[in-house]
Write a protein that binds this ligand. Structure first.
Ligand SMILES: Cc1cc2nc3c(=O)[nH]c(=O)nc-3n(C[C@H](O)[C@H](O)[C@H](O)COP(=O)(O)OP(=O)(O)OC[C@H]3O[C@@H](n4cnc5c(N)ncnc54)[C@H](O)[C@@H]3O)c2cc1C
Length: 657
């Protein structure tokens, strides 16, 4: 950079130029992403109210302790519902407010786990007695499934719910240390009630895990009820989930009325007869609802990562001289933008896919209410695969975006470290990703087996449609030309071939699989499904090409794409990606502005709208509590004695010389 050049002022100039050069119709794209102009305006109004309210101030958050983060989280939650009353917000508007707070809040467990599970599986009595309280947060709930000793393997949970016919009660009990409920969000300090997963015991016989509504704390003074021990499980990795009170609970023969078994499906009669649910999987609805929502959530998270990192790379100049005689904007380096552009496309795809998934969930849910389970298996397969894909991609993208910003990316003020820490466990909760992979593979192998028996490819479900390639006498395409990659159909077909070949291979070797087969096959199967949806709806070529770039090794391992004759058959694909990146580069600020985030929402020194990142970093650093005094407390306690000791030793050495 030439002496005298104002690096700080240049940031604003670069951002303004990038915005001027983009041709994206921002309001059109933004309305599309936010389900239309009315929804966007609604959201904008709510965010404006929150951002002006001191309760939602974020300026001190990075310096807070965990108890302070928890207290702040609860204060924000309370304020949202206060504002709901003041502004007469609908439930959907209150949810928009909660979701626009970039914090893992305990109320999330009430809204996405406790309430849907209770309302979809509770008996008419539960809905009558607790429904209005739950809907208005007159009681606050959590969902207690996981135990110290068991998470994935639900059938082995140890908590028991023993039926006492004499009093028409269940006795909830934790017989061992390892049966302690653990990890339960909102349990540690907040929840008054919980849905507890426990082994149902009637007359000494175990009927397996069932759900029970249990009051945990007094509604008078919030004290934990007799027979229950509850606490917070302590800090989480990387400071994540700081505002959530993940808790433990042990039950000592705690009694609940019989009516508090969630008995919409399975029931126990007063005299202790067990009535089986009409379909073993009728109770899956709640779990699928949470997973169905995860695609949209991941999409918006990736949108944040993309907005922050693209804005920073637009104003950060470093290294070689560019055509304007200044150091190049880091976004102009292919090694930088080739990492960031896929994040934009992931965000667009997952936001849109999430919307269609919720619609499908609602159709399935409506049928389930009438006892029709015909859509359940497909919904289960799709949401399992997508849960793994969106969470793994989201975790990866957050770190790619953070790392693309060099040293400043590691500052808490970049905002992405916090999002990463909070999002990391999404690979574990709601079904561990590696375990879900196996379910995706099982469903695919079963469908392939059926296809071999029936040869009925027209009736394959959407998530298994790629298997049709194995039913007809089709041949795997050879390596496409560079021009052919422009057609989404080319990539979609190759991604479908990849899934089909892998499923056939695992089906043939099902008794002797290699250790990573589950991950490779599940990823291929889900990516084929997503690619087909992308082809139908938004045709984001960038998404398709970069997905195939990573997955192409699977095709090559089957000798697909033709003989290489000593040349790289993937070169045309990589060149197509490079050219597409170059084409998209002038649009990246427009494409990320279209997500519509305000500076308050992003809370990132590096992702500010005006590009003035250095001023932001400087100002935020001034608020560091260590800067409040010139001389730290540690000076008298430790620095001074250390210096004195060193000086005395140096003096002693000098006298010896
Ligand atoms: C932040 C956070 C919030 C949570 N909130 C809640 C909550 O509100 N309520 C609640 O009930 N729970 C909650 N959980 C718990 C969560 O649901 C469990 O952590 C999850 O189900 C995984 O179980 P686990 O931790 O026991 O792991 P384990 O099941 O012990 O898995 C450990 C390892 O073994 C592997 N593994 C396990 N089984 C198999 C198998 N069959 N085949 C191959 N590999 C296998 C897994 O892939 C993993 O790598 C939360 C967890 C976290 C991290």
């Amino acid at each position: 950079m030439s002496p005298g050049h104002d690096v700080n002022a240049q940031t604003g100039v670069d951002m303004a130029n990038a915005r001027r050069n983009a041709s994206v119709n921002i309001s059109l794209v933004r309305d599309f992403l936010h389900n239309g102009r009315t929804e966007w305006e609604k959201r904008r109004r709510i965010v404006e109210i929150l951002s002006k309210d001191p309760v939602f101030d974020k300026s001190k958050r990075d310096f807070m302790s965990r108890p302070e983060r928890y207290t702040r989280g609860i204060a924000m939650t309370n304020r949202v519902y206060e504002l709901q009353n003041i502004h007469n917000w609908s439930q959907q508007e209150a949810n928009i407010a909660i979701n626009s707070l970039d914090e893992q809040l305990s109320i999330g467990l009430h809204n996405v786990a406790f309430q849907p599970i209770l309302m979809s599986q509770g008996s008419p009595e539960i809905l009558r007695d607790f429904g209005p309280l739950v809907a208005n947060r007159g009681i606050l709930g959590c969902y207690l499934q996981t135990e110290l000793g068991h998470g994935t393997n639900v059938p082995k949970l140890e908590t028991t719910a023993t039926y006492i016919p004499e009093t028409k009660e269940f006795e909830i009990h934790s017989p061992t240390l390892t049966s302690s409920k653990w990890w339960i969000g909102a349990l540690g300090k907040t929840a008054t009630h919980g849905v507890v997963q426990a082994q149902l015991i009637i007359g000494g016989k175990n009927y397996g895990p069932h759900l029970f509504l249990v009051q945990l704390r007094s509604l008078e003074n919030h004290r934990v009820l007799p027979g229950i021990k509850i606490g917070d499980i302590g800090p989480k990795s990387l400071g994540g989930f700081a505002a959530t009170d993940n808790g433990f609970a042990r039950f000592n023969h705690a009694r609940i009325p019989k009516t508090q078994m969630l008995s919409k499906f399975a029931q126990v009669t007063d005299d202790g007869q067990y009535i089986q649910p009409p379909h073993a999987k009728l109770s899956y609805g709640g779990m699928l609802y949470i997973r169905a929502n995860m695609a949209t959530g991941a999409g918006w998270l990736m949108a944040k990562a993309a907005t922050v990192s693209i804005r920073y790379a637009t104003v950060r100049r470093q290294g070689e001289k560019g055509p304007d005689g200044l150091e190049r904007q880091t976004v102009s380096y292919p090694s930088v933008h080739s990492r960031l552009l896929p994040i934009i496309s992931h965000a667009y795809v997952f936001i849109h896919l999430g919307k269609t998934l919720i619609q499908s969930f609602e159709v399935m849910s409506g049928r389930l209410q009438k006892g029709d389970t015909s859509l359940l298996a497909e919904m289960h397969a799709v949401t399992s695969g997508l849960k793994v894909l969106v969470t793994s991609t989201g975790i990866q993208d957050l770190e790619i975006a953070r790392r693309s910003m060099g040293g400043h990316g590691y500052s808490a003020f970049s905002g992405l470290g916090r999002l990463y820490a909070d999002y990391l466990p999404s690979a574990t909760y709601e079904g561990d990703n590696f375990v879900l992979d196996q379910q995706v593979v099982r469903a695919a192998v079963k469908s392939y087996g059926n296809l071999l028996k029936t040869n009925d490819s027209p009736n394959l479900s959407p998530s298994m449609a790629y298997l049709r390639l194995l039913a007809v006498d089709a041949t795997v395409p050879t390596a496409p030309t560079e021009a052919a990659w422009q057609d989404p159909a080319t990539t979609i077909q190759l991604l479908e071939w990849r899934a089909a070949l892998l499923v056939r291979e695992v089906s043939q070797n099902i008794d002797d699989l290699d250790a990573t087969a589950g991950q490779r096959v599940a990823k291929a199967v889900t990516e084929a499904f997503v690619a087909a949806r992308v082809g139908e709806i938004i045709k984001i070529v960038q998404y398709l090409l970069t997905t195939l770039e990573i997955g192409i090794v699977d095709l090559l391992s089957f000798g697909a794409l033709g003989a290489s004759n000593g040349r790289d058959v993937t070169r045309t694909l990589r060149l197509a990606i490079k050219n597409l990146c170059t084409e998209l580069l002038p649009e990246v600020i427009g494409l990320t502005d279209a997500f519509g985030f305000t500076d308050w929402e992003l809370d990132s020194a590096l992702g500010v709208y005006d590009g003035k990142v250095y001023e932001q970093l400087w100002n935020r650093a001034q608020a560091e509590p260590l800067n409040e005094t010139e001389i730290p407390v540690a000076y008298e306690q430790s620095i001074r004695p250390m210096l004195k000791r060193g000086q005395q030793r140096a003096a002693a050495m000098r006298t010896k010389l």
